[in-house]
Each structure stands twice: as structure tokens, then as C-alpha cells.
Design a protein around this ligand. Structure first.
Ligand SMILES: NC(=O)CC[C@H](N)C(=O)O
Length: 355
């Protein structure tokens, strides 16, 4: 009799454990990881080797390296691409945007994490910030050391990124990047070191918050237009117009600007010196381009500070746009998306102030 009761009790305990596991599994937020490649998925022959190849490791292997992640969320993974982000293309970005839109509309999904190489992470982050209209957290993450390195930074970065994506407090903050304990806005972040683990900074407007072993603190909401407030869209778009970046320096040759126009650019971003300046010959070439209907934006090669309108350059007279907060690579993204529709110069200038 005693053994029957004991058996019954054991069965009941097991049933209870299974039921609570199911309930917990259902209440845990669902986070979808979209993997694109990068160093976080990179591998080398040894733990102390500087040479390595990006985009070698699958999403499952990345998640398995951080078993604790499944305590934060139910993880689902999809491989979108597996490239070093120097090979990130508008085609992959458009594919990402489309998939994010579908996932954001799924009421079972709480947030999205994108694993990505750091070289062009600012472009992808800013692009998604403009064209994904959702309040759900979208978090980019990468690493500076490959998965096989001694002290690889990828696993903790991924853990923190999932914790932010699963955090209701991260909602409505636009596309974020979580690396090395810091939470950045897509609009402000920039890569400042070629190899150091502390490579992302938000030098103009500062951090959105911090994430330490999954404990998140938020300081602010981004100031600019993004997500639900963005009027920009890439729905049904399969390619973006050509926009070139031309680097400014002392005695720069102006014929690169004419060549860009001749090769079919619809927009040009000048990574100018100082406050978006360039020599007289280049300014003349920009004015020529503008007269032909090519939109020319003056950005800067300088790491901090914004480019104001009509400071040393008469933008009104020459028909130019000032990039304001945006560095050349982000100015190129905004201009490429803005040019999907015919827009007047002053409308584009307003976009540079607002986005
Ligand atoms: N740390 C990195 O992710 C840089 C590696 C690689 N070039 C990439 O961007 O994917």
C-alpha cells in the first residue's frame, strides 16, 4: 500500500514539474535571433591567433556557447546570411528588414536580435531604424574577438543582447546595439577602434543605457525620428539608388565628383574636412552635380560634432544639403532611402535634421 502511494506521489511530482516547465516555457518571452555572420560567428585555428575568418559558426553553436541564455527567453534562430560585414549588401539589409517586419507582426515574438559583423554594423542598424516600424526591441550584437579566441567577447554580448531584446523597458527605443555592456542607439553609435573590444561609442549624444550580465539600465530615449515615427519605407523595394561617398582632404581632386555623376549616382555624400568643408574646385563640382538633379550632402570626416547649414559654405546658393548629426556612412543610408521617392531639397534637408 505504502509503495503504491509513494509511486502515485512520485508520478504527481513529475507531472507537476512537467506542467510548470510548460507554463514557464510559454510565459518566457520569445526572442528570434537573425544571424548574418561577423566575428561573433568567426573562427581561428587557435585561441591566440590574430588571423581568423568571419561567419564560420552557426547560430546554434553561438547559442550553445551561452547555455544561461535559455533562462532569459525561448530562443528561435534563423540564418539570414553568414558573411563578414564588409560584404553586407543592400540586398541582405532589405531581406533583414522584410523578415523583421514579419516577426514584429507576430504577437508571439517579443523581440529580435541580429548578430552582425562590426565593420558595417552602424549602416545596418541605422537602416533598420529608419524602415522597421515597430515598438518591439530590435538589438544588434557582434564581437571583436572570434568565437574560438581566449576571452571571446561574443557569448556575454549575446547574453546581454537577448536580455535587452526580452526587456519591456527596451520598447520604443528604436534599433539598439548592445556590446561590451553598453546600449547604443542606431542613430548615435560609431565604430572607433579597428581591434579593441571597446569599439562602439556614441560620441555626440551618449548612451541609451547599460547592460551588465543581463541587468539593464536605461538613461534616455533617442531624440530623433525612427520606428513607428518614421515615414520611410522599403516595402516592395528590391534595390536602392546609387549614392557615393567621396572623401575630402587637402587638395582633393574634384573630378571624382564629376565621375560619380557620370556613373549614375543619384546622390553624393562628401566626407568633408571640418564642418563639411571642401576646396573651391570640389564645391564647384558639387554645385554642377546639384544642377543636374544629383542630391549632394555635406558630411564630415571628423568623428564628433555636427555639420551645420550655411556656415562656411553657402548651401542655399550651391543647392547642397548639410548632414547635421549623421556621419558619411549613415548619411549615405538616409539619402539612399530618401531617394526612393522624388523629394525636394528642402524636404531632404529637413529629414537630415529629424532622422
Ligand atoms: N569584429 C568584427 O566583427 C569585424 C570583422 C568583420 N570584418 C566583420 O565586420 O564582420
Amino acid at each position: 500500500m505504502k509503495t503504491i502511494i509513494q509511486k502515485f506521489r512520485n508520478m504527481f511530482t513529475i507531472l507537476l514539474m512537467v506542467a510548470s516547465a510548460i507554463v514557464w516555457g510559454q510565459t518566457k518571452p520569445v526572442i528570434v535571433i537573425l544571424a548574418t555572420g561577423g566575428t561573433i560567428a568567426g573562427a581561428a585555428g587557435s585561441g591566440v591567433q590574430s588571423g581568423y575568418t568571419s561567419g564560420q559558426v552557426t547560430i546554434d553553436a553561438m547559442v550553445n556557447a551561452v547555455p544561461d541564455i535559455t533562462k532569459l527567453a525561448t530562443i528561435k534562430g534563423e540564418q539570414i546570411s553568414n558573411v563578414g560585414s564588409q560584404d553586407m549588401s543592400f540586398e541582405i539589409m532589405l531581406k533583414l528588414a522584410k523578415r523583421i517586419k514579419e516577426l514584429a507582426a507576430d504577437k508571439n515574438v517579443s523581440g529580435i536580435v541580429i548578430t552582425h559583423g562590426t565593420d558595417t554594423m552602424e549602416e545596418t542598424a541605422y537602416f533598420l531604424n529608419l524602415v522597421t516600424h515597430t515598438s518591439k526591441p530590435i538589438v544588434l550584437v557582434g564581437s571583436m574577438r572570434p568565437s574560438t579566441a581566449v576571452s571571446a567577447d561574443g557569448p556575454l554580448n549575446l547574453y546581454n543582447a537577448v536580455s535587452v531584446a526580452a526587456d519591456p523597458n527596451a520598447k520604443d527605443r528604436g534599433v539598439l546595439l548592445v556590446m561590451n555592456d553598453w546600449i547604443h542607439s542606431a542613430q548615435t553609435l560609431t565604430k572607433v577602434s579597428t581591434t579593441a573590444v571597446q569599439t562602439f561609442m556614441s560620441p555626440i549624444r551618449g548612451l541609451i543605457g547599460t547592460s551588465a550580465y543581463g541587468v539593464n539600465e536605461y538613461y534616455r530615449y533617442p531624440h530623433n525620428r525612427y520606428g513607428m515615427k518614421s515615414e520611410l519605407s522599403v516595402d516592395g523595394v528590391t534595390a536602392l539608388p546609387r549614392v557615393d561617398i567621396i572623401y575630402g582632404d587637402a587638395d582633393m581632386p574634384a573630378d571624382l565628383i564629376d565621375a560619380s555623376v557620370a556613373n549614375g549616382a543619384k546622390g553624393i555624400v562628401i566626407a568633408g574636412v571640418g564642418n563639411g568643408n571642401m576646396n573651391k574646385a570640389s564645391l564647384d563640382a558639387c554645385a554642377r552635380a546639384s544642377k543636374k538633379g544629383v542630391v549632394v550632402v555635406r558630411s564630415t570626416r571628423v568623428a564628433t560634432g555636427n555639420v551645420g547649414r550655411n556656415v562656411e559654405v553657402d548651401d542655399d546658393k550651391l543647392g547642397l544639403v548639410a548632414s547635421y548629426d549623421l556621419n558619411p556612412q549613415k548619411a549615405r543610408i538616409l539619402l539612399s532611402v530618401a531617394l526612393l521617392k522624388p523629394r525636394k531639397l528642402d524636404e531632404i534637408q529637413t529629414m537630415f535634421y529629424e532622422y
